[in-house]
Design a protein around this ligand. Structure first.
Ligand code: GLA
Length: 724
């Protein structure tokens, strides 16, 4: 529900359990009043504290700058007195930066408008609010849009800048959202990592000064994630306040938390202003990406449930949310570049016998690619490797009853490729400098529409040539030199954002032209795991590291925000190719249940006893697939925190069924076995666990006592069923 109280000049946005409140001051500034548990009144202007300021501009005009220093501005602007981390700045044609935004008008409406240039959440059954702020001197209008998703306790926000003047101006910063809080929060939750170690959770104190998590790599990167949450001091899995923001964007982002000299905390998120400057011509508009924002008092598990429900209902491609995605086998770690049609068919034959449903042919099928040194951009089949061509191979795999999927890396080109030899100017490069290579590849200049069209044409042709039902879309290097040859000097700051928009355009075209195609995004593992990519692909390859113990931490961080079904989780070799850890085959499969299950090894070469375990593993996955795709996820214990064991569970929405996963990473001798307090069950219902009957309240309050496991890296998957 969205309310405007015109007497008090207060906007109130209500979800089922929360309220978000803004007020307009006498001077026309838009202030952030309150965010938290639902309140039933608009009598909240006092909480904006303007009465406390002797220096309110209408009372003491000489103190406007002091006012700017203290006022909880809803969408703070730069260059006219707000010295805090703010959200927007604009440079005029004279080169001067600064603006001042005041409320002009507003509009409350039922049909959410989607962003034109970027993915944004669907909005069936929602209410939205546009607040138009304006700067009359610049001729700039800034439209703040809020959409209320009542049942998920989520509010989305986005920002649009319109140039209503006769001159072009330059947007040098345009973030998507900001929150002003006081003593409600004391901690920051964010996600950090590296290649093969993505999205580990970090909890840190909010201290005076600024904390920033960000990327300037042209994608979110392995290192940081476009997510931030602020927590109350006592916040844990089950209870405590959480304020969270997740950006629907796949490029350079920044998320900042600043505690100022008054102890006030301001958190903001949006496109990174570093390497960004957008020229906005007269009459033109610029859209900043959407933010998914929430407050919950139900701790981090509560935040996770709200995000998961929201992603499933409003972000992921609807077609795939409840669909049964095939169990796949990917040949990357099985063969790397060393394969031909016969080898792939051998793998497929064995895989189909074991119950695997799709073969994915990874990197190395095109141009003359036998290593990562060449051929990106030459998206035509290497017939020396795949004799008789792609269709013949796909038909042979299909004849085994298996689907077929293929790998592309469309944003890149190798120096040793026909494409680069023909169009050396189609890459991002700085004038007069040797462009930097990474994995022996350049980034294509996707700010040029002819390059985008060319790349799309190549992909289209391959996909039309055979019965290809899945694409893995990879991006294996960051963008370093964000410079384009044909763009004019005053538009060079647009390059990285234009790259992201082009990727969205490509994936939009792909999913429109091939509506049944299952798209899995990837970026050297999980360097581009964000809501923008999930809008097109219902799953993303989570990490190049499939070691189940490392995966406990990667998946814990990823599932903090994103639903389990969105993570590509595969059973791979042991010793693990990324970190050398040796683990049991059963543990690898148990950990891979928490995602979109598959295999990443040579089934023709693994030990016979492991191969024979595969049909039962697939059966187990299929048994829980629906529950994992649709249920509520609860984190019980974290190996990252305790250094010994990990546990989580998924409970069906009707609370009749659950699955509990427990991994004993390090064994302890002669200790009590673990007692786990379960979550999410119905207190009064009886449940059967491992043959014994318990009340839901018993399992949740007294706990479930695990059977002893022997040895390191051992796991168990426990089924919980309602007895009635
Ligand atoms: C990236 C991906 C891998 C694989 C290779 C192929 O690293 O994450 O899964 O596709 O590229 O080059």
């Amino acid at each position: 529900m969205v309310i405007y109280d015109s007497n008090k000049r207060v906007f109130k946005l209500d979800t089922d359990n929360t309220s978000y409140v803004m007020g307009v001051t006498e001077e026309g500034y838009l202030g952030n009043i309150y965010y938290g548990k639902k309140v039933d009144t608009t009598d909240l202007v006092y909480a904006m504290r303007t009465g406390e300021y002797p220096f309110t501009p209408s009372v003491l005009p000489g103190e406007k700058i002091s006012f700017m220093d203290k006022f909880p501005m809803e969408y703070p602007f730069d260059g006219t007195g707000d010295f805090h981390a703010n959200c927007i700045n604009i440079r005029n044609s004279a080169g001067q930066e600064g603006l001042e935004l005041k409320v002009e008008s507003h509009n409350i409406y039922a049909e959410k408008r989607k962003l034109d240039s970027m993915p944004s959440a669907r909005g069936e059954g929602t209410m939205s609010l546009d607040i138009v702020l304006s700067d009359k001197v610049l001729g700039a209008e800034v439209i703040l849009t809020y959409t209320v998703y009542e049942e998920c306790d989520i509010i989305t926000r986005s920002v649009k800048v319109v140039n209503v003047s006769n001159n072009a101006f330059y947007i040098t910063k345009v973030l998507s959202a900001c929150l002003n809080l006081e003593t409600e929060v004391s901690d920051i939750l964010s996600l950090h990592g590296a290649w093969a170690r993505e999205r580990h959770i970090q909890r840190s104190r909010i201290n005076y000064g600024s904390y920033v998590t960000e990327s300037l790599r042209g994608e979110p990167g392995h290192q940081d994630s476009p997510f931030i949450a602020l927590l109350s001091e006592n916040c844990n899995n089950e209870a405590g306040d959480v304020y969270a923001m997740n950006l629907v964007y796949s490029g350079n982002f920044t998320a900042r938390v600043q505690k100022d000299h008054f102890g006030r905390v301001r958190a903001s998120i949006g496109i990174n202003p570093g390497r960004f400057c957008w020229k906005l011509g007269s009459g033109d508009a610029f859209e900043a990406p959407e933010v998914i924002m929430q407050y919950t008092c139900e701790g981090t598990n509560g935040m996770t449930r709200n995000f998961h429900d929201f992603f499933r209902k409003y972000i992921l491609p609807s077609k795939w949310v409840d669909a049964e995605k095939p169990v796949l086998i990917n040949n990357w770690e099985a063969t790397y570049f060393d394969f031909d049609d016969e080898k792939l068919v051998q793998i497929a034959e064995e895989a189909s016998r074991l119950g695997i449903e799709m073969l994915v042919m990874d990197d190395g099928w095109f141009g003359h690619r036998n290593s990562d040194n060449n051929s990106l951009g030459d998206w035509y089949v290497n017939e020396e490797k795949l004799k008789g061509g792609l269709k013949k191979l796909v038909d042979r795999v299909n004849a085994l009853g298996m689907k077929f999927g293929i790998w592309f890396e469309p944003e890149m080109v190798s120096p040793d490729s026909d494409l680069y030899r023909e169009h050396p100017d189609w890459i991002l490069a700085l004038d007069g400098r040797e462009p930097g290579l990474c994995r022996t590849q350049y980034v294509l200049d996707l700010s040029r529409q002819e390059v985008v069209d060319y790349v799309y044409g190549m992909i289209y042709k391959v996909l039309k040539s055979a019965n290809i039902e899945y694409v893995k879309w990879d991006m294996n290097r960051p963008i370093a030199e964000a410079a384009s040859l044909p763009l004019p000097a005053d538009r060079q700051g647009e390059v990285t954002h234009r790259h992201v928009l082009a990727v969205y355009q490509l994936q939009e075209r792909l999913t429109r032209d091939f509506p049944d195609l299952l798209l899995e995004n990837c970026s050297g593992g999980g360097a581009r795991f964000d809501a923008g990519m999930l809008y097109y692909s219902p799953q993303i390859w989570c990490s190049d590291n499939a070691d189940p113990i490392e995966r406990l931490m990667i998946q814990e961080g990823t599932h903090l925000v994103y639903p389990l079904s969105t993570t590509g989780t595969h059973v791979a070799d042991s010793p693990n190719h990324a970190n050398g850890r040796i683990t049991p085959f059963s543990t690898r499969a148990d950990v891979a249940l928490a995602g979109t299950f598959g295999y990443e090894l040579d089934v023709t070469r693994i030990a016979k006893e492991e191969r024979e375990m595969i049909p039962a593993q697939i059966e187990t996955y299929k048994k829980y697939r629906h529950l994992i795709q649709t249920g509520d996820y609860y984190r019980i214990a974290s190996f990252r925190e305790n250094g010994r064991y990990d546990s989580y569970m998924v409970v069906s929405k009707d609370k009749d069924k659950a699955v509990l996963v427990y991994v004993q990473v390090v064994t302890d001798s002669n200790v009590l076995t673990k007692k786990l307090k379960l979550y999410g069950l119905c207190p009064g219902k009886k449940y059967i666990v491992d043959g014994a009957e318990y009340l839901g309240s018993t399992l949740m309050n007294v706990g479930y006592i695990m059977k002893p496991l022997r040895g390191d890296c051992q796991s168990v998957v426990i089924e919980i069923n309602c007895a009635e």
